[in-house]
Ligand binder design. Sequence first.
Ligand SMILES: CC(C)(COP(=O)(O)OP(=O)(O)OC[C@H]1O[C@@H](n2cnc3c(N)ncnc32)[C@H](O)[C@@H]1OP(=O)(O)O)[C@@H](O)C(=O)NCCC(=O)NCCS
Length: 267
Amino acid sequence: MPVTAEAPDTAREPADDPLAGGADVWLLAEEDVEEFAAATGGLELLTEEERARHDRLLFPAARTRFLGARLLSREVLSQYADVAPEEWRFDKGRFGRPSVHGADWGLDFNLTHTNGLIAAIVVRGRTAGVDAENTPARPEAVRFAPKVFTPLEQEVLRRDREDQRGHAFADSWVAKEAYTKATGMGMARGFDAFSVHRLRGGGLAVVDEEIPEPERPLWQIQVLQVWDRFALGIAIRASEDDAGPIPVRLRSAMAELLPGVSRSGVR
Ligand SMILES: CC(C)(COP(=O)(O)OP(=O)(O)OC[C@H]1O[C@@H](n2cnc3c(N)ncnc32)[C@H](O)[C@@H]1OP(=O)(O)O)[C@@H](O)C(=O)NCCC(=O)NCCS
């Protein structure tokens, strides 16, 4: 099945759009979720269905991350559209990928939460995926390489310096997962069916026969180190109007989104 990741409409793109020239990735530390929730309205911002999902989660940490992810995505999206955080509604794709209900604002977003970190990427007129993992990956995880990497990727990993392998595994993993999350397939796509390679001048490229030829130059993949212990994979399918890779800005939810802090968007 060809890989497609259609760019949303940009019908109501505001003048002076902060997303015109790049993508924003917003970070929220798990330990800050309680304060973020208290400042933004917490569970009140969620739909009944979201609250029910929250209440069904058994572990407090999972509940915290779930709440943090809901609040972060709502607050972040409201930076770029004249919509209040509690008003957003979401659809789900065939493989569970959430998207903004209604195409009015042309926004696309994606979420990830891992032990300690919640992150949301947002773009307009483009499509994006994000994945975070603790790095370095544990040796038990690295042993999964044959199941999730192509033979060439496995060889690259084997030839990496032993003390760097945990980081190399985490980097490749988050890059690959971010890509499959941008396409919407997630792990339904075999991770050994495509590869991510390091480029000579730095940077990464995805090699996937399923991407239609004309779309291949539109994909950009990168891995950022966040704080001292997370690898953050980002995949963006740029729009046909982009001249090349678009910049990615890392932003802090606590420093920039709490009430009283000036907003960067159109609100
Ligand atoms: C998406 C997926 C890769 C996430 O893996 P993960 O590393 O455990 O979790 P992450 O924290 O990085 O991402 C989870 C978030 O990704 C988003 N997400 C869920 N499914 C997604 C998909 N198919 N594509 C992109 N993003 C997806 C959600 O926002 C989710 O968070 P939420 O449940 O709190 O809303 C994995 O759950 C998956 O492959 N799902 C699809 C499996 C499938 O085939 N489902 C079919 C039945 S719906």
